[in-house]
Design a protein around this ligand. Structure first.
Ligand SMILES: [Fe+2]
Ligand SMILES: [Fe+2]
Length: 374
C-alpha cells in the first residue's frame, strides 16, 4: 500500500522528534532522560508508540545518595557515583588552602543583590547584548526549559516569575553550563593584560589580579557544583568543545576591543545573577524540595571556601553566596568597560585621596561610570 502524504509527514516528524529526544538524552547522559525530555517534542500518543509507555510518566533525573556522612545530589545513576576529584593524600600535607581566600559578605550585602540590566549605549554594546540573548536561548534549550518555565520575554534579565519551576536537575545542568564558561573571560583578559605588560614593559595598574581572581572564583563555583553532580560523557565533551570555541573567540574579541568584551562579560554576569535569583525564589517558594530537605548537605569545599558559618550552610545559603559573587563580577566588568583600557588604574583595589571607601561592585549592577571612580 502506498503511504499517503500525511503518513509521510507523520513519519518524518516522528524521526525528527526521536533525534531531538536522543540529543537531549545524551546531554544529560542518564538512563531515564528520554522519559523526561520526550514530552517537549512529541505528543503523548506518539511517545507511547515509541517507548511503550506514556510520556506523562516523567522519570526524575535526580538521585540523592547517602555516602560517607554526606548527602550528594547527582544526575548520575547511583551505581556510577564517585568522588571524581578527591583530595590527594600525601605524606606531609594536611590541607591546601585557597590561594585567593574569599573576602566574605555580610548578610545584608547578599540580600541587597538584585537582577538588573544595563541598556546598551553603542552599536558594539548592542551587538554584545544580542549575542548574549542568543547564548541565553542556547542555555534555555540545553536545560530543556519549557515555555511555562520561562520569564517575561520583554524583561529577560530582571523578570523572575515563571508559571512553572525548574526541577533541581534542570537547575544543576544550567549551573554547570554557566560556570564552565564563566571561568574563561577573566583568565583570557588577565592573561592578555599580563602578556601586554611584560611585552610592552608597562604597568598594568592592578587589573590582572582582579581578573584572574574572578576566574578562580568562577572555577570554585564549578567545582562546588561538580561535587554535587557529575555530568555524563556527552556533557563533558560539550564542555570541552564549548571551552575551545569560547576561549578563542574571547581571545580575539579582547584583542580587538577589550571595552566591548568587558561589557559582554557584564551581560553574562547579569544572566548569572538572574539565574541564581530565580533559583533562590523557587527555593523560598518550596518548589525545590530536595534542596530544602534538612538532611541535604552542601559540599565541604564550599563551606571552606566561603567560610560559611554553622547554621548557614543550606543550599539556599550557598546560592546566596554564589549570587553575590556574580553580582561583583557584573559590577566589576561593567565598570572596567567604562574605563580607559590603557592607563586607568583598577578602582576596586585602589586607595582614594579623600579616604573614601573603595567602590562596591555588588551593589552597582550597572557598574560605576568613569567620572565616579577616577
Ligand atoms: Fe559563577
Ligand atoms: Fe560570574
Amino acid at each position: 500500500m502506498i503511504p499517503t502524504q500525511s503518513q509521510h509527514k507523520d513519519t518524518s516528524l516522528t524521526l525528527i522528534n526521536i533525534l531531538i529526544a536522543l540529543l537531549r538524552a545524551y546531554i544529560y547522559s542518564i538512563p531515564n532522560s528520554l522519559l523526561y525530555f520526550v514530552p517537549h517534542v512529541v505528543s503523548k500518543s506518539s511517545t507511547k508508540a515509541l517507548l511503550g509507555y506514556s510520556a506523562g510518566l516523567r522519570g526524575t533525573t535526580v538521585c540523592i545518595q547517602q555516602r560517607s556522612n554526606s548527602r550528594a545530589f547527582s544526575t548520575t545513576p547511583d551505581r556510577k557515583l564517585r568522588d571524581f576529584f578527591p583530595v590527594k593524600e600525601t605524606e606531609h600535607i594536611r590541607q591546601t588552602l585557597p590561594a585567593w581566600p574569599h573576602h566574605g559578605y555580610t548578610e545584608q550585602e547578599m540580600l541587597d543583590v538584585v537582577p538588573d540590566h544595563r541598556p546598551p549605549q553603542t552599536t558594539g554594546e548592542w551587538v554584545a547584548w544580542k549575542f548574549m540573548r542568543f547564548c541565553r536561548w542556547g542555555m534555555d534549550f540545553s536545560t530543556g526549559m519549557q515555555k511555562e518555565q520561562k520569564v517575561d520575554k520583554a524583561n529577560p534579565t530582571t523578570a523572575v516569575t515563571a508559571l512553572k519551576p525548574l526541577t533541581e536537575a534542570q537547575w544543576m545542568i544550567r549551573f554547570l553550563f554557566l560556570e564552565s564558561i564563566a571561568g574563561v573571560p577573566g583568565m583570557v583578559a588577565g592573561m592578555l593584560r599580563h602578556l601586554h605588560s611584560i611585552r610592552r614593559l608597562k604597568r598594568d595598574n592592578g587589573w590582572i589580579e582582579t581578573l584572574l581572581e574572578e576566574s578562580y572564583n568562577e572555577r570554585m563555583h564549578l567545582l562546588t557544583f561538580m561535587k554535587m553532580c557529575e555530568p555524563g560523557w556527552f556533557m563533558k565533551s560539550f564542555i570541552v568543545v564549548a571551552q575551545g570555541v569560547y576561549f578563542n573567540s574571547l581571545f580575539l574579541s579582547y584583542l580587538i576591543s577589550p571595552k566591548i568584551t568587558h561589557r559582554f562579560v557584564g551581560y553574562l554576569e547579569e544572566e548569572a545573577v538572574h539565574t541564581y535569583t530565580m533559583c533562590i525564589k523557587q527555593i523560598d517558594e518550596g518548589q525545590l524540595p530536595k534542596w530544602t530537605d534538612p538532611n541535604f548537605k552542601i559540599p565541604e569545599i564550599a563551606v571552606k571556601y566561603w567560610q560559611m558559618p554553622e547554621g548557614k550552610r543550606s543550599m539556599r545559603d550557598l546560592i546566596m553566596y554564589i549570587r553575590a559573587d556574580e553580582a561583583c563580577h557584573r559590577g566589576v566588568n561593567h565598570t572596567l568597560s567604562n574605563l580607559n583600557q590603557k592607563d586607568d588604574p583598577n578602582p576596586f583595589v585602589s586607595e582614594y585621596k579623600s579616604g573614601r571607601a573603595p567602590p562596591r561592585p555588588a551593589i552597582r549592577p550597572q557598574g560605576y561610570e568613569r567620572a565616579e571612580v577616577m
